[in-house]
Ligand binder design. Sequence first.
Ligand code: IMP
Length: 170
Amino acid sequence: MQILLDAATIQSRIRELARQIESDYPVPEEIHMVCVLKGGFVFMSDLVRSMTARVTLDFIAVSSYGAGTKSSGEVRFQKDLDTSLEGRHVIVVEDIVDTGLTLKYLQEILRSRAPKSLKTACLLSKPSRRKVEVSVEYIGFTIEDKFVVGYGLDYGEKYRNLPHIAVLQE
Ligand code: IMP
């Protein structure tokens, strides 16, 4: 597998994103981070550990891919949040925005729950694959149209544990 982004590059970009997010929400505003499982778990974990104590967390699970490498456009909601979003500054934390279908769907659901604000942070974005327009305020890296694994991202549930992002050669 060819390494696209090594661990050190990812870590330093995440520290930058954490600083940017914190400066966008002046103290003492609290920031509620919603991790999209499963892919977002590594990014979320590193991002929140680069931030201060004003952070609370929750997790949501959707699936859009099954075991393949192409989006079906169909999104299934598998685990809901444990806590209310009402009146909170919410940031959705996703692994990657590809077609944008998953995120669009999620943002609509979360917006209907009356957060004070709703933003999105994604580690990776593949803009050339977008099928719907979707707003992403914090992007780690913009990449080409290649299927990638590692750092939370899987292929058939494998490779999520890699500390880097690699291109999967099929
Ligand atoms: P979208 O709905 O097409 O934007 O797809 C979003 C979801 O598809 C992501 O949250 C990932 O779980 C998965 N996905 C998209 N591209 C990749 C990739 O290159 N590697 C692994 N998973 C991907």
